[in-house]
Design a protein around this ligand. Structure first.
Ligand code: BES
Ligand code: ZN
Length: 611
């Protein structure tokens, strides 16, 4: 066998769970802020799957392994770590103890490295309190292996327990049930239990000086104390969202649903870590208008966390379904018009993405081929939006929500605690519906394997879009000479989502003269707006018109926030503005050291920097 051959079941992992599989993980780590490392051990329970197997194969990404041993006898075990393959790490092969047993406990003593791709170590300066350091993890898609030696493939799901030691003043949180803390000579031990089997990418850790507030019967919000009240207000709808999700999907099996609001460098909007969703502080709009991200992460409690994609080629089974459920939650909590508006807004964003990536780019397929493509490179809104469009189409084809929602519940119930691929979904769908209705018109191959836009765009309700289209048209047709044909009356009844859509339409039109943008700003006061989705689109519009005055605002924002949804397009826009290219590259080079690995890695590619 080639030393660094990837798994036949998962093109992003070296592990070989079809030979011997990890069935439990017990983590025991110390947080060392001075050295920026985690040090300690993990104990893996391993089960032989095939006859005659003598080794277990794991993933490891630049871990410093000190020793590997039989955890029941302490006897040392032989192991081998293959050469490092950039971005993927190494194949970590451990010789199993020589007995007839089927189940083993293997201990690994090790340390992470300060540049572990799955962790971000923040200096006090990068926190709200400015006094204490902070560390948080982001393991999806394949960064768990930089922190924990494991079978880092979503095809393997295990329960886990953890004991983390940290200095006294810090709070340790994980994607698990908190199981008490103990003082220990000047430090503190925190215990955690996650009984539900989860893929490695859902293990999560955050350590900082934190506070909490209860925001619901099963929910606390956690953040630094400076923003805790703001956070408690912004996410006060959490329990209503949870109940609505349960109504659609079935019982919530994870016990608690807490939220952690991270420092601004967190690279995503949200991450569905079980029991403890991680979110970006860019959701703090002051009016709860961006809380749909929480609904999205709640929906993952079924789609992704209970029914999991077997590997990231089938990522749409996680994200497309989650987007679809997120919008159903919106439909029930707000209105069917709002649900459709959300879907409709994203059609044009999907178009923008398909055009940018190229209509024949294989990465615009719903099901991907990730051989030789790192999942961090394949990330886009395609699986989200094309995925939800496909589900909307399937729902309409079989007769609407009354028929499709019971199907969804059965699907979750059938595949909970499992990892599946697209063919599992397809056969289940066909078995369920073939007797009940005519499904012969569904062109599965085109939906799943053709690049470009979806073959069908559902006929979404456009009532909320029409008012914005009218304002946008008035603005775009205005010659910029007489006074602007828009008044504050025009926006009087606009919801935040409509302002976002209005800006999206203007952004997609040709660049506008700066005088027109100034007049628009006089009416809408986009400058200085707190809502990050509005600010993002407004700044893009300004950059498109080469409005030099706005450049400083753009840089100071992207140097604070790490959310790639905003930072990547803004960097790309600045880069394509010829006059600003040099400054943009310099800005990136000066700031990449403060970014999480995934942001620095993807931005370097966006900016065509080779190193
Ligand atoms: N699971 C994703 C975030 C993610 C995906 C991290 C792939 C790493 C690799 C999360 O649920 C997500 O989709 N977040 C979105 C929320 C939005 C679609 C509502 C985000 O970060 O913007
Ligand atoms: Zn998601």
């Amino acid at each position: 066998m080639e030393k660094s051959e990837l798994s036949p079941l998962d093109p992003s992992s070296f592990s070989r769970p079809e030979l011997a599989v990890v069935t439990n993980i017990a983590i025991n780590l110390n947080v060392n802020f001075d050295k920026k490392i985690l040090a300690g051990s993990v104990e893996l329970t391993v089960k032989k799957v095939s006859e005659g197997v003598t080794e277990v194969v794991l993933d490891a990404l630049k871990l410093n392994i000190a020793s590997v041993y039989n955890a029941e006898t302490d006897e040392k075990l032989k192991y081998e770590i293959s050469d490092h393959v950039p971005d993927y790490g190494s194949k970590f092969t451990i010789q199993l103890p020589e007995t007839d047993r089927e189940i083993f406990k293997i201990g690994i003593q090790y340390e992470t490295r300060p540049d572990a791709t799955g962790l971000q170590w923040l200096s006090p300066k990068a926190t709200a309190g400015k006094k204490h350091p902070y560390v948080f993890s982001q393991f999806q898609p394949t960064h768990a292996r930089s922190v924990i030696p494991c079978q880092d493939t979503p095809g393997v799901k295990t329960p886990y327990t953890a004991t983390i030691s940290a200095p006294q003043e810090f709070t340790v949180l994980m994607s698990a049930i908190r199981d008490g803390t103990k003082e220990l000579h000047g430090g503190k031990l925190s215990h955690f239990v996650q009984k539900v089997p989860i893929p490695s990418y859902l293990i999560a850790l955050a350590v900082g000086v934190l506070q909490s507030r209860q925001i619901g019967p099963r929910s606390h919000i956690w953040s630094e104390k400076e923003i805790i009240e703001e956070c408690a207000y912004e996410f006060s709808e959490t329990e209503r969202q949870l109940k609505t999700a349960e109504d659609i999907c079935g019982d919530y099996v994870w016990g608690i649903y807490d939220l952690l609001v991270l420092p601004p460098s967190f690279p995503y909007g949200g991450m569905e870590n079980p029991c403890l969703t991680f979110v970006t502080p860019t959701l703090l709009a002051g009016d709860k208008s961006l809380a749909n991200v929480v609904a999205h992460e709640i929906a993952h409690s079924w789609t992704g966390n209970l029914v999991t994609n077997r590997n990231f080629e089938h990522f749409w089974l996680n994200e497309g379904f989650t987007n679809f459920i997120e919008r159903k939650i919106k439909g029930r909590l707000e209105s069917p018009q709002c649900q459709d508006f959300e879907a409709y807004i994203h059609v044009s964003e999907l178009e923008e993405t398909v055009n940018r990536m190229g209509k024949t780019n294989p990465l615009t397929q719903l099901v991907l081929n990730l051989k030789g493509v790192h999942p961090d490179d394949s990330f886009s809104i395609i699986p989200y939006e094309k995925g939800q469009t496909f589900l909307r189409y399937l729902e309409a084809t079989v007769g609407g929500p009354e028929v499709f929602e019971p199907f969804l519940k059965t699907y979750f119930d059938t595949f909970k605690y499992k990892s599946i691929e697209t063919s599992d979904f397809k056969s289940f769908f066909e078995n369920y519906f073939s007797e009940k209705t005519d499904i012969s018109s569904i062109d599965w191959d085109t939906w799943l394997y053709s690049p470009g836009m979806p073959p069908v765009i559902p006929d979404y309700d456009k009532s909320l879009a029409t008012a914005c289209d009218e304002v946008a048209e008035k603005f775009l047709n205005w010659n910029g000479e007489e006074s602007i044909p828009i008044t504050s009356k025009d926006k009087e009844n606009f919801r935040t989502a409509q302002l976002i859509y209005l800006l999206q339409v203007i952004l997609q039109a040709p660049a506008q003269p700066i005088v027109k943008l100034q007049a628009l700003n006089d009416v809408f006061s986009f400058d200085g707006v707190k809502n990050s989705e509005i600010k993002f689109r407004w700044l893009r519009i300004c950059i498109k018109s080469h409005w030099e005055e706005k450049v400083d605002t753009v840089f100071s924002w992207i140097n604070i926030i790490g959310r790639m949804k905003f930072v990547r397009p803004l960097y790309r826009d600045m880069f394509s503005w010829e006059q600003m290219r040099k400054k943009t590259l310099e800005n990136f080079k000066a700031n990449r050291q403060y970014m999480m690995h995934v942001s620095a890695f993807t931005l370097a590619k966006d900016l065509h920097i080779e190193d």
